[in-house]
Design a protein around this ligand. Structure first.
Ligand code: DQA
Length: 146
């Protein structure tokens, strides 16, 4: 069975209470439950982590190579700043899909650049929880096509 690592970056633990006008009222727990359902339907396992710490995310990705065949990541604010996370993905060579709840290109200028996208297979953004569902499905399809 294929194993997928899901990483939620900083402040995503606050979903539901955090800027609902931008991110909606959905909680991280609800997102994770939906991801588990998609995984089950597709016969893959998901391991889900959330971290507010850049180094911890780098470590998770660094260790993922041995255990996981794919990575689904919402790097949150680190999307726009983290060369370290980008390099970790690049070094790991794990097929990665980037997701965002909001459309980062329609927001503040500082969000309109992702340092992560160039090292990912693709990105899905702007569809709320659906970005995660579509992203996971795309990653599974990609891994199954290998
Ligand atoms: C986000 C977009 C980022 O700009 C922001 O810092 C987040 C969430 C999203 O899912 O829309 O924390 O990644």
């Amino acid at each position: 069975m294929k194993r997928i690592l899901v990483i939620h970056g900083p402040n995503l633990n606050l979903l539901g209470k955090r800027e609902p006008e931008v991110y909606g009222r959905i909680t991280l727990k609800q997102i994770n439950n939906e991801l588990r359902k998609v995984a089950k339907k597709n016969n893959v396992t998901v391991t889900i982590k959330q971290s507010n710490h850049e180094g911890e995310i780098v470590d998770l990705i660094g260790k993922a190579k041995k255990k996981f065949s794919g990575l689904l990541i919402n790097p949150a604010a680190y999307t726009h700043t983290s060369v370290a996370i980008r390099d970790a993905i690049s070094a790991s060579q794990i097929p990665t899909v980037e997701v965002h709840l909001s459309n980062i290109y329609s927001r503040e200028e500082f969000r309109q650049k992702s340092l992560i996208s160039p090292v990912c297979k693709g990105a899905i953004l702007g569809f709320g929880i659906k970005s995660y569902i579509l992203g996971l499905q795309a990653l599974i399809d990609l891994l199954n096509a290998k």
